[in-house]
Every structure is written in structure tokens, then in C-alpha cells.
Write a protein that binds this ligand. Structure first.
Ligand code: HEC
Ligand code: HEC
Length: 268
């Protein structure tokens, strides 16, 4: 398995280079975007949206990555520390980190995702204020750190203390909810490829996050999409960062295991 993943990651890099040269990835093989039937949302986008994602000079998500790079190096808090003060160059210290999140955190006795980890780093290690979920700052740092895992396969740990949270997430995924009485899989397993209000329904994978959603002209977190999908079946959404969405995030990340991180992905 790891050998295969390394090969895929290499292939993905090769294709990214190729498409940068060719200027378009539209007719490049789909192989790295599909693993054992698990498909990246990329495959459900138009050729124009795909090439926007592939071209780093045009990908609107790269603004968030650049802003994240600034924040990584920006000193804050009473001791005048930045993330870089302790972690150095994110391009080496953060490689592969995003692909392992969310993780069980023993201090917290629950799951943390990348967004919550960034905030606990600020609060505990810098004594600086935390960022609001969905703020430009948090999306930017999350995008910057996730970008360091591009091409790395999603690989979350669901064993040991993470297990009960994983099971909670699976239950959430399978539960019918809202006035429309629909479970996640009734769209993202059963209706994959169908059209819904201008969108083509994908498998609902997380490997592209944070994504830039063109129709919203915004960077979007995993939990914001969960809330939007809940609302679309007229169910009450949970709060971003809530235990419910953290467990769901773990399950959905596992469901897409092996898919290469694409952040910042571009979606419709
Ligand atoms: C005072 C030093 C210090 C500062 C400042 C700091 N960190 Fe950390 N950070 C650590 C240490 C120590 C760890 C634990 C390392 C480990 O678990 O291997 C850690 C862990 C992490 C992890 C988890 C890595 C993993 O493999 O799971 C992330 C992500 C992270 N830091 C991001 C940040 C970000 C973003 C900032 C700035 C907002 C920051 N850190 C600021 C010291 C620091
Ligand atoms: C009524 C159908 C429907 C239901 C039910 C639904 N979604 Fe979605 N979801 C969509 C549509 C439409 C989109 C936007 C197009 C796409 O990427 O599939 C979307 C997008 C997503 C994405 C972003 C995929 C990407 O590549 O950007 C994720 C993740 C997701 N949904 C997860 C979920 C989860 C988890 C649930 C259950 C809580 C859920 N969805 C329930 C219709 C649905």
C-alpha cells in the first residue's frame, strides 16, 4: 500500500508538471484522482475549472496559501513568536501533516482537526488570540499547511482512541435527516454524477480542502460544506468545529483514504 501511494504521488507530481507545460490538464489521465473507485471531486469539474486548479498562477486558492505563508512567519503574542520560530520552514516541517488530520488528541480527550490544532498552537504556544472558524486567517493558515501535503495520500488513523469517534462519524453519515429525510450517501453514493441545481454530485470527498468555491467566490472549509449539505436537506446544521462535525470529518476522510491532497482545490 505505501509503495503504491508513493508511486501515485510521484505520478501526480509528474502530471502537475506536465500540465503546467501543456497549459491544460483536461485530457491528462484521470488515474491519480481515482483510487479503488474513490473519486476526487476534481473529476466532476469542467475542464475549465480543472485547469484553473492546475495552474498555480490562476488558481484563486493560491491567494489563501500566500496569505497563510505570511501568517506562518508573523510574530504574535507576548513572547514575539511565530509558527516559524518553532517549526522553521513549513515546506519541510509540515509535509504530510494535513493528510493525517483529524487526529485524536489526548489532552482534549477528543478529535482535533487542522483548524482546531492551529488555534490551540496559537493559544497554548504563542499566548495569542485564536482565529474565528471560517475567518480569512484560519482558512489561509489551513490552506498553507494543507498545501505542504499536496500529492500525499489521505491517511487518517481510525484505530485505538479514535475508533469510537470514527463510529460516530459513520452513524452521522448514514443517518437520514432534515425535511427531505436524506442521508449523505443518498447523494454522494447513490446519485454520483447526477445534476443538482447546477452542481454535478460528486462523492463528497475531502482531499481538496480548503477549497475555493467559484460560485461563492470564497475559500470554504470542510465544516462549512457539511453545514451547507445539511441545510440543503433542510436539516439544522451543527456549528463549525463541533464534535459532531469532527467525527464526521474523520469518517469522510477515511472514506476517501488514499486520494491525494489537492488543496487548494477549485470547485464550481
Ligand atoms: C513555542 C513553539 C511553537 C510555536 C510558536 C508553534 N508550535 Fe506548533 N508545535 C510545537 C510543538 C512542540 C509541537 C508538537 C510536536 C509534535 O507533536 O511532534 C507542535 C505541533 C504542531 C502541529 C501538529 C503537527 C503534527 O504532526 O500533528 C501543527 C499542525 C502545528 N504545531 C502548527 C503550528 C502553527 C500553525 C503555529 C503558529 C500559529 C505553531 N504551530 C506554533 C511548537 C510550537
Ligand atoms: C441532496 C444531496 C446531498 C446530500 C444529502 C449531501 N450532499 Fe454533500 N454535496 C451535494 C452537492 C450538490 C455538492 C456540490 C457538488 C459536489 O461536490 O458534490 C456537495 C458537496 C459536498 C462536499 C465537497 C466535495 C468537494 O470535492 O468539494 C462534501 C465533502 C460533501 N458534500 C459532504 C457531504 C456530507 C458529509 C453529507 C451528509 C452530512 C452530505 N454531503 C449530504 C449534495 C448533497
Amino acid at each position: 500500500m505505501p509503495a503504491v501511494n508513493t508511486k501515485l504521488a510521484a505520478l501526480l507530481t509528474a502530471i502537475a508538471t506536465l500540465s503546467a507545460v501543456a497549459g491544460s490538464a483536461a485530457d491528462v489521465t484521470n488515474a491519480p484522482y481515482e483510487i479503488d473507485g474513490r473519486k476526487s471531486g476534481y473529476l466532476f469539474m469542467t475542464p475549465a475549472t480543472r485547469s484553473l486548479q492546475d495552474d498555480e498562477f490562476q488558481n484563486p486558492g493560491m491567494f489563501a496559501v500566500e496569505r497563510g505563508r505570511e501568517l506562518w512567519n508573523q510574530k504574535d503574542g507576548p513572547d514575539g513568536k511565530s509558527c516559524a520560530s518553532c517549526h522553521g520552514d513549513a515546506e519541510t516541517s509540515m509535509t504530510g501533516v494535513a493528510a493525517r488530520y483529524p487526529v485524536f488528541d489526548s489532552a482534549r480527550g477528543g478529535l482535533v482537526n487542522l483548524e482546531l490544532r492551529i488555534n490551540t498552537e496559537r493559544a497554548d504556544r504563542m499566548k495569542a488570540s485564536t482565529y474565528k472558524y471560517e475567518s480569512d486567517e484560519l482558512l489561509a493558515l489551513t490552506s498553507y499547511i494543507s498545501y505542504q501535503s499536496r500529492g500525499k495520500p489521505l491517511n487518517v488513523d481510525i484505530e485505538g482512541p479514535a475508533k469510537p469517534f470514527f463510529e460516530e462519524g459513520r452513524k452521522f453519515y448514514d443517518a437520514r435527516r432534515g425535511q427531505l429525510d436524506l442521508a449523505c450517501g443518498q447523494c454522494h453514493d447513490a446519485l454520483v454524477g447526477s445534476k443538482l441545481r447546477g452542481d454535478v454530485i460528486s462523492q463528497g470527498q475531502l482531499n481538496g480542502f480548503p477549497i475555493h468555491r467559484l460560485s461563492w467566490r470564497a475559500m470554504v472549509s470542510r465544516h462549512r460544506i457539511f453545514a451547507w449539505c445539511n441545510t440543503s436537506v433542510r436539516a439544522e446544521p451543527y456549528a463549525a468545529g463541533s464534535p459532531e462535525y469532527l467525527s464526521l470529518e474523520l469518517y469522510v476522510a477515511w472514506r476517501g483514504r488514499g486520494l491525494p491532497i489537492e488543496a487548494p482545490a477549485v470547485r464550481r
